[in-house]
Ligand binder design. Structure first.
Ligand code: C5P
Length: 228
């Protein structure tokens, strides 16, 4: 049976993951958050201190370690979400830190790391169907996906949403720090040579600057219905 894949790509903090979770729930599909996979590799680099004395990422060491990084999504029955585990440890909370956010785009531009994770992502396609969110799902991972969404919003709106979310989780951070992280990740993600963030030609763009989560969900479900 051909895998049913819904690809949801877009910029940081557009609400891709929350949206993808809800779309998957509505369709009875499985959700795969590929950003969590890149974040998990970044967290591993920090945890193993794969950084030079100047704080630069030791790229060769991280690439050599890839076979020791076992990533799995496991259902958390309490939250109902599939959460990321690295070598058996649930690190879903750890990967959301600013330390990880500041390193992840550097990790994600390494071609060997992308190849490794893309292979894992393709293996996750199953008979039930998946909603996969990321930056290169419609352009590289599943170029034949029958439905591709490209989610976008202005940098200011995205920074404000992320700032509100972090503050409500008790994280001490300023708006400027959040905005700087978003702008810097946008720049690295769109300018890298290995699979830069681009809208696939056949993706439908949804700008949710003036939509709340429910309106975004309904817009995307309507597009899926029209394509299906
Ligand atoms: O989606 P999220 O913001 O958690 O992704 C974290 C980072 O991982 C992105 O800023 C990007 O650098 C990288 N990423 C990627 N390709 C994907 C998913 C995420 O390069 N498919």
């Amino acid at each position: 049976m051909t895998p049913k894949v819904i690809a949801i790509d877009g910029h940081s903090s557009t609400g891709k993951s929350s949206l993808s979770k809800k779309v998957a729930l509505a369709l009875g599909f499985i959700h795969v958050d590929t950003g969590a996979m890149y974040r998990a590799v970044a967290w591993y680099a920090l945890d193993k201190n794969l950084l030079s004395s100047e704080g630069e990422l030791l790229v060769d060491k991280l690439v050599e370690s890839l076979d020791d990084i076992n990533l799995k999504f496991e259902l958390n029955p309490n939250s109902g979400n599939r959460e990321i585990h690295l070598n058996g440890q649930n690190i879903e909370g750890e990967i959301r830190s600013m330390e990880v956010a500041n390193l992840v785009s550097t990790v994600a531009k390494i071609p060997e790391i992308r190849e490794h994770l893309v292979k894992l992502q393709r293996q996750m396609a199953n008979e039930v169907g998946i909603v996969m969110d990321g930056r290169d799902i419609g352009s590289v991972v599943f170029p034949d996906a029958p439905v591709k969404i490209f989610l976008t919003a202005s940098a200011k709106v995205r920074a404000q949403r992320r700032y509100d979310e972090l503050r409500s989780n008790g994280v001490e951070i300023t708006f400027d720090e959040v905005e700087e992280n978003i702008n810097s990740r946008d720049a690295i993600d769109t300018q890298r040579s290995a699979s830069p963030l681009v809208k696939a030609e056949d993706a439908v763009e949804v700008n949710n600057d003036h939509m709340n989560q429910e309106e975004t969900l309904q817009t995307v479900l309507k597009i899926i219905k029209e394509k299906g």
